[in-house]
Design a protein around this ligand. Structure first.
Ligand code: GLU
Length: 296
């Protein structure tokens, strides 16, 4: 009997805000881009709350962001995934990397890393290399110690860092991912994880990091198309490496442009950009926001 061809998997997209401030127009653009692409592809649209930062994330902001999205008229599938409820999943991934010698404990503070960079610059006249977010690359002091002494008993507070060179050796050559566009085109991009150095995979205060949880969750939720702003394009280098190390699928990616304020700076909660709630309070309608952002 002839067997029918397997049905093409239904695309799965997600919008993944952090409840550490009110949503602004940049978030609206990201959520609406996800909504439009999900509709165009007949895909599912998930909402994930990225609240691993227990200091900055607040339940009231979680409620508020869901109200803002409902006000915009964006409908997500039932069953919101909240990262703070899934630390066990991230722990399992870390344990796997730890068993394979791919992470090590690091006790250095940010100030110590900055001090190494400053001494280097003063002694050589050359700037210390920085990662795509502008932070100095980790100089590797704790990596050298962990490699010679092993992890041992760790009583003191520490972060867990990826041993990047070991990780690349395990991952093998040709780390790449595909960027898709709305018309169905796909472009292959070579990932450059070396520009990040030994990234932190588990913070001192929480047993995970943005990079680790986003990769684990995209896989557990079956996300096939990651649609997010250009500010997270470079981070994809690390995400693709982690997917390879953890034997997880690599989704397709699309990075949308960022909205700028009147001074040409990226909208940001930290810069006090006008929130959707502020706009609503001064009488702007959801319809006007959609139109303004090009979604009608
Ligand atoms: N939670 C991240 C943010 O609010 C987005 C994560 C992602 O889309 O990968 O910037």
């Amino acid at each position: 009997m002839p067997s029918s061809p397997p049905a093409a998997a239904q695309p799965v997209l997600r919008f993944a805000p952090s409840p550490n401030g009110r949503l602004h127009l940049g978030h609206a653009l990201s959520a609406l881009t996800n909504e439009r692409l999900a509709q165009a592809m007949g895909g599912r649209l998930l909402l994930r709350i990225e609240d691993i930062d227990r200091e900055r994330c607040r339940p009231a902001l979680d409620t508020a962001l869901r109200e803002d999205l409902a006000w915009l008229g964006i409908i997500f599938e039932d069953g919101v995934r909240r990262q703070s409820e899934h630390f066990g999943d991230y722990r399992a991934a870390l344990d796997d990397l730890h068993r394979r010698g791919l992470v090590y404990p690091c006790f250095c503070s940010r100030q110590e890393v900055k001090a190494v960079a400053a001494v280097h610059a003063a002694e050589t006249g050359e700037p210390w290399p920085t990662d795509p977010d502008g932070a100095p690359l980790y100089p590797g002091s704790c990596r050298a110690r962990a490699r010679s002494e092993g992890a041992g008993e760790i009583g003191r507070p520490h972060v867990l860092r990826l041993d990047l060179e070991r990780a690349l050796a395990v991952a093998g050559e040709e780390l790449a991912y595909d960027v898709f566009d709305a018309s169905g085109g796909v472009t292959r991009v070579v990932a450059q994880p070396r520009r990040w150095g030994d990234v932190v995979l588990a913070r001192k205060d929480v047993p995970t990091s943005y990079h680790l949880s986003v990769v684990v969750d995209d896989a557990l939720q079956g996300v096939t198309h990651v649609v997010r702003g250009r500010d997270l394009e470079a981070a994809t280098d690390i995400h693709v490496l982690l997917q390879r190390l953890l034997r997880l699928p690599t989704p397709l990616y699309l990075f949308h442009d960022l909205l700028a304020d009147a001074e040409g700076r990226k909208l940001a909660k930290s810069r006090g950009s006008e929130s959707l709630a502020d706009l609503r309070a001064r009488g702007v309608t959801a319809h006007e926001i959609r139109r303004e952002l090009g979604f009608f």
